[in-house]
Design a protein around this ligand. Structure first.
Ligand code: XIL
Length: 321
């Protein structure tokens, strides 16, 4: 079972130690941002593959695997695409996008986050899905259309629905898990393949994991023939008082509980962290610590020293199922 991490092309040339860390520790390397439509397609006629190609080529030439992230994401849709208001036009563009990108990577990128974060942040029974340009223009069918296009474009690729806030306790999280399951069933009922549900795993160090609920979620998916995959693991430690020792102890505990829940239904497709080193992460930009001290979201510290929860992941992924 692969352990992997998301890589940013920005640091490929500037930081050799960064590249070495991935090669030392990973079975899988994927582009963090470079395959998002907003990065790939500054305008409608351009496919700017070069930055993502560098990462995919690095993985493949080192005998590692990779993943694609992502075709549909409300946070990564370019303005020109958001400006398309005709549903048929948007559908044509979506299908053309998926076909072109998956065609480019066929045989090299075996697993794709087809849709990302399509579940409403705070779902209600009447509004289960994310309010996005996709939902507003195409309606809920943007999801099956995307999966169908992906399946046609690369029949061998594993197709994943990826989302966040699927691991905590409480009605909002129960609701989000139920919607994920229902989306899987709807695709299957329509005869469309889905292979995996990505549980991003942006964990909050102070929010307990609902181990039983994650285990049950994995079992429910397994019954549908769908596997869990951990796609974006990191730890948000903004509310943990103290210093590095306290931050790392809290991170260890929450990652341990999370992996216990995820692995309860069998090994996931992969465990992927959202970056590899505290030197580069989105967490301090979006969720900085109140005391102004550095956040410690990733398995290697800013000097590439593995933390105890890095070892925890290694034990889990190396263990026979
Ligand atoms: C984030 C990246 O880490 C940042 O570098 C970028 O500026 C914005 O996107 N959920 C996702 C990811 O699915 O794509 C996001 O990645 C983090 C939240």
């Amino acid at each position: 079972m692969p352990y992997g991490a998301a890589m940013q092309a920005d640091y490929l040339d500037s930081d050799p130690a960064y590249v070495k860390a991935f090669l030392d520790h990973c079975d899988l390397i994927l582009p963090m941002n470079e395959l998002k439509v907003v990065m790939l397609r500054p305008d409608r006629d351009t496919f700017h593959f070069e930055p993502a190609d560098r990462i995919v080529d690095l993985a493949v030439s080192n005998g590692l695997t990779t993943r694609g992230h992502t075709h549909i994401w409300h946070g990564g849709t370019p303005a020109w695409m958001e400006a398309i208001t005709d549903p048929a036009d948007l559908e044509r563009e979506l299908v053309r996008h998926i076909e072109t990108v998956m065609d480019h990577y066929r045989g090299r990128v075996p697993s794709w986050d087809v849709v990302n974060e399509v579940i409403a942040h705070e779902p209600t029974p009447s509004q289960p899905l994310r309010d996005s340009t996709w939902l507003r223009t195409m309606g809920p069918r943007h999801i099956p259309v995307a999966f169908k296009a992906a399946q046609n474009a690369d029949p061998k690729a594993r197709l994943v629905l990826n989302d966040y806030d699927l691991e905590f306790k409480g009605p909002r999280y129960d609701q989000r898990r139920a919607i994920a399951l229902s989306l899987v069933r709807q695709l299957q009922d329509a005869g469309i393949r889905i292979d995996g549900v990505g549980i991003q795993g942006h964990l909050y160090a102070e929010i307990p994991i609902d181990i039983e609920a994650v285990a049950a979620f994995g079992e429910d998916l397994k019954r549908l023939g769908v596997r869990l995959i951990v796609t974006e693991l990191d730890v948000i430690d903004w509310n943990i008082p103290g210093g590095p020792a306290e931050q790392d102890a809290a991170a260890y505990a929450v990652v341990r509980d999370f992996l216990d829940g995820v692995f309860a239904s069998g090994p996931p497709e992969a465990v992927v962290t959202w970056g590899i080193t505290d030197r580069y992460s989105w967490i301090p930009d979006v969720m900085p610590r109140r005391d102004g001290q550095p956040t410690r979201p990733l398995p290697l510290d800013a000097n590439f020293r593995p933390k105890s929860w890095h070892e925890l992941i290694m034990q889990r992924v190396r263990l026979p199922a």
